[in-house]
Design a protein around this ligand. Sequence first.
Ligand code: PLP
Length: 823
Amino acid sequence: MIELTLAEIAKAVDGQLFVPETFSDKKISSIVTDSRAYFHSENSLFFALIGPRNDGHNYIPELIEKGISAFVVSGKKSVSQDAAFISVDNTTAALQKLAATNRSKFNYPVVGITGSNGKTIVKEWLFELLSESFHIVRNPKSYNSQVGVPLSVLLMDNNYNLGIFEAGISKLDEMQNLAQIIKPDIGILTNIGDAHQENFNSKKHKTLEKLKLFKSTDRLIFRVDNKEVKQIAEAFCKANTIQKTSWSLNGNTAEINFNSEKINGATKLTAKTENEIYHFTIPFTDESSVENACHCFAAMLLLAREQEKILPKFENLSPVAMRLEIKKGINNCLLVNDYYNSDFTSLSIALSVLHQQAKKNFHKKVLILSDIQQTGIPSEKLYKQVSELISGWNIDEIIGIGPDIYSQQNLFTGKKKFYISLTEFERDFNRTNFSNSAILIKGAREFKLEQISAMLELKVHQTVLEINMNALVNNLNVFRSLLKPKTKIMVMVKAFSYGSGDVELAKLLQFQHVDYLAVAVADEGVELRNAGIKTPIVVMNPESHSFQLLIDYRLEPNIYSYELLCDFIKIFRQNVLKDFPVHLKLDTGMNRLGLKTEDEILKVMQLISENSGLKIQSVFSHLAASDEAEFDNFTKIQIETFEKFADIISNELSYPIDRHILNSAGIERFPQKQYEMVRLGIGLYGVSVTGLPLENISTLKSTVSQVKTVKAGETVGYGRKGQMEKNSKVAIVPMGYADGLDRKLGNKNGEAVIKGKRVPIIGNICMDMLMLDVSDVDVQPGDEVEFFGDEITIEDLAKKANTIAYEILTGISQRVKRVYLYE
Ligand SMILES: *Cc1c(COP(=O)(O)O)cnc(C)c1O
């Protein structure tokens, strides 16, 4: 971003500037919207954005303390003597205006990309293909939203000579804003999916909305093989006098005609334009990769001069793993892997994830960083910034790899080591140098830092459960949208977060400001506290031997009986504490734990009032059949009973308490009964009873160990249950019932997905292995196999195994490694 004065910014965002008298004239060179991010406080301007649940204005006092002294706020919020304020109507709109102003200062070409699928891949591939020909500025990762796009466009400055920005929308009328900001000269319309989407009622409607990004472009690239999309795009170009670069893979009339041929895991492409024929190869065979590569080719033709130099680069395109992975490492280390791109902004994002994950239980934070490439900034200036960023995040040790960073090593302080190349690093590598550390591995693709990850990774079983952290946040927000802004959320992280791994999830939930976490037993709570979780934690099943532990770790017990309370108080009295929170559980018809009668409740209340160190934080009850319409009358009676008892309790107290009865299905079906808090469980993990737009968060995966031919008449597996009717190909996969895959799924009842195709499980599932009939698929050892995920849902699987999604999720064995993905 270029430097601007506050007055210039106020003008750009139509805001009113309030500056304290003593304030010196300062220049702004970085924009902050997340109070938890690291910032160079002196030149930073904080935009107090208002989200559905979070209001940036709440963090202003804290940020002033941290040294930020300039804010964009909505309305005339608290003008302070210590800071300058720009007051606007809407802070998000102001951020967008500022980005649009920044955009208008540069006339180098900008490519705009939108569509339902492939946006990020096309953007990243174009970056890979063109980064020797241009200095490119682009969205970090997939920052393509109403806030992500302005933040990306604000990165434009004179160091670059090409912009590539993707735009994504989830609601109507969002694209106009993004079009104003990106103002693309060349547009690319990627694949428009068929999937039904919340806010668009047809494919046509969806296409028209997306096209709004290109209203003032000179040229649009699009594929003509879908009739509907072709017609809409052509009419759009005509109406807005936009030149077309249309293309086809199926022989339809177009400016570019592609031909594809699959050979040995690669696809050879021939492109015919009016005057020329081009050949190139990509290392993929799937249809979306071929389509994305064709888009890139078309854009390359328009942008680049030295096409012969670029064409060979198609052969080295890599899968775009935009995701940051978190894995367990050797010697108690944690690995945060992000080795597919390296630029300053994504380094900053990755460091914030490292910080979030590294709380307490790791002694050190280590960064392994390659050269940062193609920034256009002189090396010395760049690595000085990197060095400041790193000390801002309190990194204990840096390991730099690559000639540039090697030559700038004097700019770094603290514990450090630098290597000219990966080979040098490997020569010096000693496992014992890495222990009890949280390690971020971050670098440009060509440095192949995945090899370092492979050296540091804890090797267990090839079977993994991938947890998509972005989907988890999405699901949390979907539920938040059903709640009033003030309603608190308790997230149930019992049973290892429904099998999804507790500590990592709890850290993310804390980061997302959930109000409470709930675990089943004290030990689970202690583990979370040891990992640095400060969010209040309720223990649903407090056992008497753990009472002192509860008190020491400030874990709040669920009091479900008079006897339990008596036992707890015996231990509690040995401590001197005030206002220690407890929660009263009422039994309103589940007939599980809980106080069932008014007498019992009053007895408990009496005892609590005699112990002034205790405070009733909440009263709650649990619904027995919140997901089943046939029992709605029963549910209503439960709710009435709860209200009656809760009133009795409130009336006895001189302070307010929280009331809560809704679990996930309850939130979906009885949102009017949310009271002061709700308890979210299975919904967060992707299961909805009413069809909410939740995303799947977990994918159970393994890899093929061996492929063999089995002749007709032979059998597969124990008990000779897998009878082969014809000559077949069988894949053996290291996943069995000991991993938590239900044995009932054997004998063609269950399926797996390989290379996009569903294949049946044949024969009995063994303890550690199973066999798949892969006769119709081209399968090699090492190929990935998916048992549940986006394709086969957990609910499908539960039905086949004659159980419920809860049991499938919590049944995945602990020996299956959990891998956490961030986009
Ligand atoms: C597990 C649990 C929940 C969450 O239930 P879901 O159906 O997973 O939403 C809520 N309340 C209590 C008391 C629980 O034990």
